[in-house]
Design a protein around this ligand. Structure first.
Ligand code: ADQ
Length: 754
């Protein structure tokens, strides 16, 4: 029977639409935000559904007839409304979501005000959302939950419906352990997210913070980017969100060609200002009026710049757009007063005839005006104190279709990882902002173009659609449902019997983690003397062929086994050494992908001093051994995301090794190496032991008679699992010992003869 392709259900706090009332009539206007664009292709699919709050309160739709009409209209557009009460809104939305999670996750611990009433509301509303999803979800459907308002939802869904594929994406930062652990309900939130099959974050740091918290604050077992809690595995991935490149680029191009009569009032005003002050530099800032965006600090830094540089008076102007946001939360009201007061004070102090330094808009603007600002302002100054991503930075760069313009960007924004050509600043460092403003004002056009074209190229590859697709593709991947059987005495006895009866025995052992113990930081693994002895004894027996298999280079493996009876398969099968001889496993593969990877590697080699490229017949390696470890692993993570997004996943495989990233043809992996080796060296007894996700391919391609074991991680395609490398060592010792004893079948044969 053909497997039913499930429907997609998107869940977010807010539906991407506005409902307005006029007398007894209502109107539904869709809001075309980035998220709605990214998810459009999934939402358009037959049967898809988007569940969320439509922005109106339950009491506004008390009238059944009106509610039915609204529901009908929304459902016809594949939206399912979740109506909230005024109390829900106060305690769940303004309360727990925006007075606890939002400030804490942005490191504003002093603004974090927890109380039980809000927490109860948060649980209640998450349950309400779960009820709506459960009502609509069919067997095997895919549910993608968005953001910090709904962190409990993945678990609520999993408890009721383990058959669903559940994804979760967090749009804000995930804070460091020291901050997250302040929360009284921290464990419940983590367990909530661990109900998902795939949890996504904007950056590597957030992913690592989450894994660290899950490991420290829940009983989950963590291995690399996977977490297992109560037999359920969550993959934790990095998906930097992009923008609707096409829309920003096309609108910018079109509007730049407008004749006077087509121009907006705002554009005319900007043009007029430029004519009046030839050479003036307009400095743009756009944000929701939120304390995390560093608006007040930006104004102060700009005042510092004006004070220090009177020569730039009348030559610059800060155009500041702040969009009203969460006006029901006291901190936002306070911030509004502070910003109003600061703008007034600075304008009061520095204004001259026809010029005031800050032009401040407190409102939302139509999209066309936003584009006018992006295309007309020479510099963008974005100074968030913390920001999950910051899409404004990306929108500014893409809207600069002639590639001029300078972006000054806070290093606290998630976007910096993809925008390192911007002038990066610490928002608390006024001196640095001052210097960057001067640098931006005087930057030669050629340099502006160089920087922006590099960023534009990257942003175009990773637009919002591609972001949504790569998350969904990963969520759709076949998940490992198998839970291996824990090792016990009975299994060991049976293994020893099979081993002893076999005339030829082949034992594959993966290297890092299996023999040496797991190291989350990928620090080069060094096997201890006693395990080396055990392996060598095993390999010296005539009937045995012991094969060490690894992502490492042959050089590293030959250090330990160069002069022994052990065979080594390095770099996933590229380099095979047996008793001092190099034998190769043959495969003809198309290496067309190298043309895509080579320039990418080259640009990272140029940008990350100390890094190297190694090109082999069927692999390309970017090596960062000689790079500062923190910087190196950050860049490696960035690069591996780029590779996965750029190249066709059916063509290539990316292996993150010890201070290196290896790209190979997709056919090449440890599973292929094992299969090839076995074909040339068949054996009666085959034992395959590994520990990490790259070893799963060995288990999948293992022959039927093989015994497969994964060390340290129970959710696996292997048949059995051992707790740790110590247990493996004792198993290998038992095998060695059993060789010294006659086998039970041998004894039986002797008895028969007697
Ligand atoms: P935000 O905090 O809202 O998003 P940001 O990523 O900058 O921050 O997105 C703002 C969006 O609003 C942009 O797309 C921008 O075009 C739009 N916008 C800004 N001013 C506007 C105006 N005056 N009128 C109309 N539209 C306006 C949260 C997180 C971010 C993360 C995003 C996406 O806080 O860190 O980047 O989600 O995940």
């Amino acid at each position: 029977m053909e497997k039913r392709k499930g429907r997609t259900i998107i869940v977010s706090n807010r539906l991407p639409l506005q409902i307005t009332f006029q007398e007894n009539e209502f109107d539904v206007i869709s809001s075309v935000g980035g998220l709605a664009t990214g998810l459009k292709s999934f939402h358009q699919q037959k049967d898809a559904l988007w569940i969320g709050w439509p922005g109106i309160l339950k009491k506004e739709v008390q009238d059944d007839a009106l509610q039915n009409k609204i529901n009908e209209k929304l459902r016809s557009e594949k939206f399912e409304p979740v109506y909230l009460t005024a109390e829900d809104l106060e305690d769940y939305y303004y309360g727990f979501s925006n007075r606890v999670l939002w400030p804490l996750f942005h490191y504003f611990t002093e603004y974090t005000k927890f109380n039980q009433k809000m927490w109860k509301a948060y649980q209640r509303v998450n349950q309400l959302f779960a009820d709506h999803v459960l009502k609509s979800a069919g067997q095997g459907d895919t549910v993608w939950v968005h953001d910090y308002h709904l962190m409990l939802l993945p678990r609520y869904l999993r408890e009721q419906r383990p058959d669903l594929k559940i994804g979760f994406f967090l749009h804000i930062p995930f804070p460091a352990y020291e901050v997250f652990r302040i929360l009284p309900v921290r464990e419940k939130l983590l367990k909530g997210l661990l109900g998902a099959d795939l949890a996504g974050f904007h950056t590597y740091d957030y992913q690592q913070h989450f894994l660290h918290c899950a490991e420290s604050l829940t009983p989950a077992t963590i291995l690399y980017n996977q977490a297992v809690l109560n037999d359920h595995m969550t993959t934790v991935g990095v998906y930097p969100m992009g923008i609707d490149v096409e829309k920003f680029e096309n609108t910018a191009r079109r509007q730049l060609q407008f004749q006077d009569e087509e121009k907006s009032e705002l554009r005319k005003e900007l043009d007029h200002h430029k004519e009046r002050y030839p050479g003036i530099k307009l400095i743009l800032s756009i944000d929701r009026l939120d304390y995390t965006k560093g608006i007040a600090i930006r104004i102060k830094a700009f005042a510092y710049f004006l004070k220090r540089n009177p020569q730039y008076h009348k030559k610059v102007r800060l155009v500041m757009l702040a969009v009203p946001s969460r006006t029901g939360v006291p901190q936002y009201q306070k911030l509004k007063r502070e910003v109003d007061e600061l703008v007034g004070r600075i304008n009061g102090r520095y204004a001259m005839m026809g010029w005031n330094p800050i032009w401040y808009f407190y409102r939302s603007m139509p999209f066309e005006n936003l584009i006018d600002l992006y295309t007309q302002c020479d510099i963008a100054l974005l100074t968030p104190l913390r920001d999950g991503m910051n899409l404004v930075a990306k929108e500014y760069i893409i809207s600069r279709v002639d590639q001029t313009g300078v972006l000054i960007l806070s290093e606290m924004a998630g976007a910096v990882h993809e925008m390192s050509e911007a002038l990066l600043i610490n928002p608390n460092n006024f001196e640095q902002i001052n210097d960057s403003l001067i640098e931006a004002i005087n930057m030669p056009i050629e340099e502006q173009k160089q920087r922006n074209s590099a960023m534009q190229k990257r942003l175009k590859k990773h637009d919002i659609r591609q972001w949504a697709k790569s998350f969904m593709d990963d969520l759709q991947k076949e998940k490992i449902e198998d839970h291996a059987q824990a090792w016990d005495h009975q299994i060991e006895k049976s293994l020893l019997d099979q081993y002893k009866q076999a005339k030829t025995r082949l034992i594959f052992l993966s290297f890092d983690g299996t023999i040496t113990g797991t190291d989350h930081q990928f620090i080069q693994a060094i096997p201890g003397k006693s395990i080396l002895d055990t392996i060598n004894i095993l390999a010296e027996k005539n009937q045995n062929d012991v094969v060490i298999i690894s992502n490492h280079e042959a050089r590293h493996l030959l250090n330990y086994w160069g002069n022994t009876a052990v065979t080594t398969i390095a770099e996933q099968g590229y380099s095979v050494w047996s008793r001092g001889e190099n034998i190769s496993l043959q495969i003809d593969v198309d290496a067309h992908w190298k043309n895509i990877i080579r320039p990418l590697f080259q640009s990272y080699k140029d940008r990350v001093p100390g890094s190297l490229i190694e090109e082999k017949e069927r692999a390309m390696i970017w090596d960062y051994k000689n790079v500062d470890p923190k910087e190196g692993s950050k860049k490696a993570n960035e690069l591996s995301i780029l590779i996965r997004n750029l190249a066709d996943p059916r063509e290539i495989a990316v292996h993150e090794g010890h201070k290196s990233i290896t790209v190979t043809s997709a056919e090449i992996n440890k599973g292929w190496a094992v299969a090839e080796y076995l074909e040339k060296n068949p054996a009666d007894f085959v034992l395959i032991i590994g520990d990490d996700s790259t070893d799963e391919m060995m288990f999948l391609r293992a022959p039927e008679n093989a015994i497969t074991i994964r060390v340290g991680f129970p959710v696996t395609h292997a048949q059995y699992f051992l707790e740790n490398p110590d247990e493996l060592k004792s198993l290998l010792d038992q095998i060695n010992k059993s060789d010294e004893e006659p086998s039970t079948s041998f004894i039986k044969r002797i008895w028969k003869r007697i």
